[in-house]
Design a protein. Structure first.
Length: 304
């Protein structure tokens, strides 16, 4: 799917005449890929890298354009089962246009950083910055989900909440790899800023991008270390909850067995003293009740 946009008065707006200078290809078809490779001279391997989630972020210079592969968070769905994955995106910067290639349809050009766009180079930089901001938003969500799962684990005896935490820990590993890859990309762009026609305020923006990406990486690393270091403690909590339940069930079983034993003794088909006593039924019930009280007293005394 192709979306055409254009820069008008420092703003990015949908193209009304079908032209524009910003082209967004979302999961391009074979025909669109052929056009990009044959007509626009995009490297076929680089184009495939823009759609491959396992590719690393990088910067490449071609004769007619500059190719940027960056990492971004992928949209989360319930089918992912608490695994937050990352995807790749390709930015192909020409002298007069910018080609954006994505594997899935995600909201682009959102946020206050896109309110004023000075040039195509500026737009490419802000898209890299937007990816970092998107990572940061997902980290906040992961932290909230982790806190909710911890509350469930405190009273749970099932493994599903632990498995969900393992999935979150795996997600943070993906995010650390993506942020680290983007960090190398930003440094490469800084070193080749003059070659890409980046200068002035954009150079200062590059420094801000590097700082923001580094802080985001540190935050992801902190969350990952916390999840990893506390995992053994959470496993122990689930095990302890199960042990407590088994102990409680055993005590209840004993409390039921004693009155059952009393009643069973007097229910045997043999003669026993006082069987003809008119109040023997209530005597037996009283003995059964005393056995229950005895078990409860021992339970309280032992602080079980």
């Amino acid at each position: 799917m192709l979306q055409r946009m254009e820069l008008v008065d420092l703003k990015l707006v949908p193209s009304e005449n079908g032209e524009g200078n910003v082209y967004v290809y979302i999961n391009p078809s074979e025909e669109e890929r052929k056009y990009l490779v044959d007509a626009l001279k995009l490297d076929e391997h680089t184009l495939s890298s823009a759609l491959d989630p396992d590719e690393q972020a990088r910067l490449e210079f071609e004769p007619e354009h500059t190719a940027i592969i960056l990492k971004r968070p992928r949209n989360y769905s319930s089918e992912d089962r608490f695994v937050f994955r990352i995807a790749s995106a390709g930015l192909f910067l020409f002298a007069d246009k910018l080609i954006v290639v994505l594997g899935d349809n995600v909201p682009l050009f959102l946020g206050k950083q896109f309110l004023r766009i000075a040039s195509l180079q500026d737009l490419a930089l802000k898209m890299i910055y937007s990816s970092t901001a998107h990572f940061l938003e997902h980290l906040k969500i992961i932290n909230m989900v982790s806190d909710a799962l911890e509350e469930q684990i405190n009273t749970s005896m099932h493994n599903k909440y632990l498995l969900n935490l393992f999935s979150l820990e795996k997600s943070l590993v993906y995010y650390l790899n993506g942020l680290s890859s983007n960090s190398r990309l930003i440094e490469r762009v800084k070193h080749n800023a003059a070659k890409m026609g980046i200068g002035g305020e954009s150079l200062e923006f590059l420094d801000d991008m590097a700082i923001e990406n580094g802080q985001c990486y540190e935050q992801a690393e902190i969350y990952s270390n916390i999840l990893a270091s506390m995992m053994d403690a959470r496993v122990s909590i689930v095990s302890n909850n199960l042990n407590w339940l088994m102990k409680t069930l055993n005590i209840i079983t004993i409390a039921i067995m004693l009155p059952t034993l009393v009643v069973s003794i007097f229910s045997m088909n043999v003669s026993f003293p006082g069987k003809d006593h008119p109040g023997m039924f209530w005597i037996i019930m009283g003995l059964a009740l005393v056995s229950v009280v005895l078990v409860r007293t021992v339970w309280w005394w032992k602080k079980w």
